[in-house]
Design a protein around this ligand. Structure first.
Ligand SMILES: [Zn+2]
Length: 211
């Protein structure tokens, strides 16, 4: 099964993927995640796997759980869909479901995600956080935040073939805070911090111009 989450920053997409992965881990499944080389996203045992890995499209995985955080920054941007890598991932997506793989991935914007991967998704999950992100936030006691803490998030879940409306679920602050211990909130995903194989312009420039 393939599950796609989309929604704004800080709408708990990674948190809920971490939660699903944790449940899979508890069921005895191997969990794979596209952590950057510098710091792990998940706080429980897992292996590393990113669509940016050269072997991603060819590896054979069975009965496991894959988490791909910020998918459009992880090699599945719709704007590079013709890259060999993206095609390989499309083939992988087609095979993964037959092999009992749970693949959870998220993105900020649905359309930014490679089309093949989007079309293979079984479930779409729309995350909406309340309050929405604003520039600054002051608590009632005057405490300052760079962004408002989420009071609750709503998840709209719909199947790819559904002709109805999404079913909505609400998760409140105390539950959201429990999820924090499953993952590191501040990990950032860049193509350049996931794999040494990806093109790093400053390094490439140094190699070509100033060896
Ligand atoms: Zn990791």
């Amino acid at each position: 099964m393939m599950y796609q989450r989309w929604g704004d920053n800080r709408s708990y997409k990674t948190a809920f993927n971490a939660w699903e992965a944790y449940k899979a881990y508890k069921r005895g499944m191997t969990v794979y995640c596209n952590c950057p080389k510098t710091r792990c996203i998940l706080n429980f045992p897992h292996e590393h796997l990113s669509p940016l890995d050269p072997s991603f499209g060819q590896i054979e995985v069975y009965n496991c759980c894959i988490v791909t955080d910020q998918t459009e920054s992880s090699g599945l941007d719709s704007r590079t869909a013709l890259a060999v890598r993206t095609r390989e991932v499309g083939y992988f997506a087609g095979q993964a479901k037959k092999a009992g793989v749970e693949w959870w991935y998220d993105s900020l914007r649905h359309q930014r995600l490679d089309k093949t991967v989007r079309q293979f998704s079984d479930w779409y999950i729309h995350h909406i956080r309340y309050p929405p992100l604003m520039k600054v936030w002051y608590d009632k006691d005057g405490k300052y935040h760079d962004w408002p803490p989420a009071q609750y998030v709503k998840l709209g879940v719909i199947h790819r073939d559904s002709t109805g409306s999404p079913k909505w679920w609400t998760y409140n602050r105390p539950f959201l805070e429990k999820l924090h211990k499953l993952y590191n909130t501040e990990v950032q995903i860049r193509p350049s911090n996931q794999t040494s194989e990806s093109i790093n312009i400053p390094v490439l420039h140094k190699q070509l111009v100033a060896p």
